[in-house]
Design a binder for this molecule. Structure first.
Ligand code: IVH
Length: 668
């Protein structure tokens, strides 16, 4: 095929724009499949015309190179740390200090932003092109982690302007939800888990094998400057806005929250500090405080530095979310993949407003490393606000009669010997008839994002398995009212409710059903990719390894796991039964050429079965707009469950409100 260089440039820009929509704005407008097609086309063009390939081409992100060690490299300007303060009083003192230094009582304007709990990274662009990226190191000399940073698709390989030198500083973090998924993956593959998102981000950024780093969901937020040549800013907020214009990710990209604020007085800073403290747990990432910076960059220069910190900035931290308690027992949980996990059962303790009584101990190595024993006094914390964990044992409070704990070699539920692969941290119960594994698989099968039988709670599932009424997924559809009535605490009404919700679940989307099957490593995202790719369960049964690894985002490990499952006779039989029993919906691919929403402005509010961002992306794909707030210019408000103020506003302004069904009618 013949392509022109202009076509190549356009395609390259299109992919770069989609990377930004996906990785920075969380609002993809094309499907993974369509993205793949674009990418493959770019690869083809580059293969035929190698001399066109520029360093900012998306194909140049992953070199697959592994290093023995990172090169050291000096920062042009040292990377400093911040002075810490801890409360509102400190904020007033900071303000007073600056006024004294400036010998002026004039109000100082402060730019305030969250203090991200990750690690600092300097990204250097030269003549508008990515040159290299350095960790902070000792502040003077950092490590060159360029190969890994280039794999992070939220970091542009070229910026809009071709400034001579443009050094941007910011934080590499991992979002809580990505951290959780990564740890699940680590746990299932028997690898060691990360203690918190910060460690996961640090471990990933400092991976010597850039192929592994490429698979880690790292994010970056730019918040400060290094050396700039050929460009000058006057204010911190102006600089951040310029970063955003250059295509760099900044905290304001999170439009759901007002994360940054310009404050005109220390009182306003205190208000901001309290506000961020109050939404801290809802944020998609960990923060440990806020950072307060003098907004006027000239004033920053005048104020200068004290020792190793700027005088013009301070961090104001929040109380660490830890608590002290005692371990009453250690119990074993058997997961749906058979994974054996030791869990500490503790005296309940309030940590950051949440009562904690369980904490995962991960595996034997972790128990040994921390030397955790039953009866110990421990410090616990919420890691990434997800799983509580034991930070450390207070050895000085240990009584003499505590003994080290060892995970039993046999499954505590079925007594089958467990299996632990060589070099793996986790043991698994491999008995296919283990009722512990079955109960957990069933709980997953009926969960909301899977087949969604909302009335079938954990306790009932446990009874159903104990009574041998359910031995595989499809048995659920043969349950009768009499059987429920014969169970503990089940009356006429509740039995009917359960049966109704089972009936309702027969209408299921293929992607949800694939997710429900609980194939190891096949999470929501992968299930959706498989559904798009195969289109039916029977086609998935015929999948072959080679074709699976061809699919985007499916690596060898995932492919092996799928093949292992689909070759299993019992699994095959079960799939065929489910196909008979269920009315499986394959989502029609929307033809975006139709542009059914052209020119329409639709605000999405409330909760839906889909993430709101997916719906917004679809609206944009169909030619519409989906702003964050309702105005007189809004054509429709698409309202899901528990829609609040935006719905009210729509009603006040007389904007038409759409239900999900009405929206469906509009686009199909
Ligand atoms: S400004 C001269 N802004 O905190 C200091 N730092 O203690 C310039 N950090 O190494 C840093 N969030 O890793 C700044 N919004 C933010 C930050 C932030 C986190 C970290 C950064 C730095 C450390 C300083």
């Amino acid at each position: 095929m013949k392509f022109t260089e202009i076509e190549y440039g356009k395609l390259k820009d299109e992919i770069i724009a989609n990377d930004r929509l996906y990785y920075v704005l969380d609002a993809p407008v094309i499907s993974d499949f369509d993205y793949d097609q674009l990418y493959k086309r770019l690869q083809l063009m580059e293969k035929e015309n190698p001399k066109w390939v520029s360093s900012d081409s998306p194909t140049q992100r992953i070199t697959g190179q592994a290093l023995d060690a990172f090169e050291k490299r000096a920062h042009r300007h040292p990377m400093l740390s911040l002075q810490n303060s801890y409360n509102a009083d400190d904020i007033f003192e900071f303000d007073q200090r600056l006024k004294r230094a400036l010998k002026s009582e004039e109000m100082i304007e402060y730019y305030c932003e969250p203090k991200l709990d990750g690690l600092a990274l300097e990204v250097v662009y030269e003549k508008g092109t990515f040159s290299h990226a350095l960790t902070r190191g000792d502040g003077q000399v950092g490590e060159d982690v360029s190969l890994n940073v280039k794999t992070m698709r939220s970091i542009p390989l070229s910026i809009e302007s071709d400034y001579e030198v443009f050094e941007v500083r910011g934080e590499v973090i991992m979002l809580k939800q990505d951290f959780k998924k990564l740890n699940e993956f680590q746990e299932e593959s028997g690898a060691s888990v990360f203690a918190n998102p910060r460690n996961a981000a640090a471990g990933s950024l400092r991976q010597l094998d850039s192929k592994i780093a490429a698979q880690r969901p790292l994010r970056y937020f730019a918040y400060a400057q290094g050396v700039f040549e050929g460009v000058n800013y006057n204010y911190q907020n102006q600089m951040i806005a310029a970063f955003q214009q250059q295509g760099l990710p900044v905290l304001d990209d999170f439009q759901e929250f007002n994360l940054t604020r310009l404050c005109k007085s220390p009182e306003e800073v205190v208000e901001y500090y309290n506000y961020i403290g109050s939404i801290r747990h809802e944020l998609p990432f960990d923060i440990d405080g806020v950072v307060v910076k003098v907004n006027d960059l000239k004033l920053q220069e005048v104020l200068g530095f004290v020792a190793r910190s700027p005088r013009w900035a301070t961090s104001v931290k929040y109380e660490p979310e830890q608590g002290e308690t005692t371990i009453n027992d250690i119990v074993i949980q058997v997961g749906r993949t058979g994974a054996i996990t030791p869990v500490a059962v503790m005296e309940p303790v309030n940590v950051g407003g949440v009562n904690i009584s369980n904490a995962t101990l991960h595996n034997q190595d972790e128990i040994d490393r921390k030397d955790v024993r039953i009866g110990d006094h421990v410090i616990v914390q919420r890691a990434g606000d997800v799983i509580p964990e034991v930070v450390k044992v207070l050895e000085e409070k240990r009584s003499k009669d505590t003994k080290p704990y060892f995970i039993p070699k046999n499954c505590p539920i079925c007594d089958h010997e467990t299996f632990q692969g060589e070099g793996e941290a986790k043991a698994f119960c491999v008995n296919p008839f283990c009722t512990g594994t079955l109960k957990e698989s069933l709980k997953h099968f009926v969960s909301r994002k899977a087949i969604n039988v909302d009335k079938l709670g954990d306790k009932i599932i446990e009874q159903l398995v104990d009574l041998k009424l359910v031995e595989k997924f499809s048995d659920i559809y043969a349950l009768t009212k009499e059987q429920f009535l014969s169970m503990e605490r089940q009356g006429e009404k509740s039995s009917e409710n359960i049966l109704n919700s089972i009936e309702k679940s027969r209408h299921v989307k293929l992607k949800n059903l694939i997710f429900a099957l609980g194939i190891r490593y096949v999470g929501e995202q992968t299930a959706s990719i498989l559904a798009d790719e195969f289109g039916s369960l029977s086609a998935l049964l015929k999948a072959e390894y080679d074709s699976l690894v061809e699919v985007k985002d499916i690596g060898p490990k995932v492919a092996e796991s799928i093949i292992g499952m689909v070759q299993d006779k019992e699994f095959q039989e079960e799939i065929l039964i489910l196909e008979e029993l269920l009315k499986i919906k394959v989502e029609a691919k929307i033809d975006s050429s139709e542009q059914k929403l052209k020119g329409l402005s639709i605000v999405v509010t409330g909760t839906f079965d889909l993430p709101r961002n997916d719906i917004k992306a679809e609206i944009i794909k169909l030619g519409g707009k989906s702003p964050g707030s309702v105005s007189a210019k809004t054509d429709y408000v698409l309202a899901g469950e528990s829609a609040g103020s935006k719905l009210k506003k729509a009603e006040e302004l007389g904007v038409k409100v759409l239900s999900w069904d009405a929206y469906m009618k509009l686009i199909y």
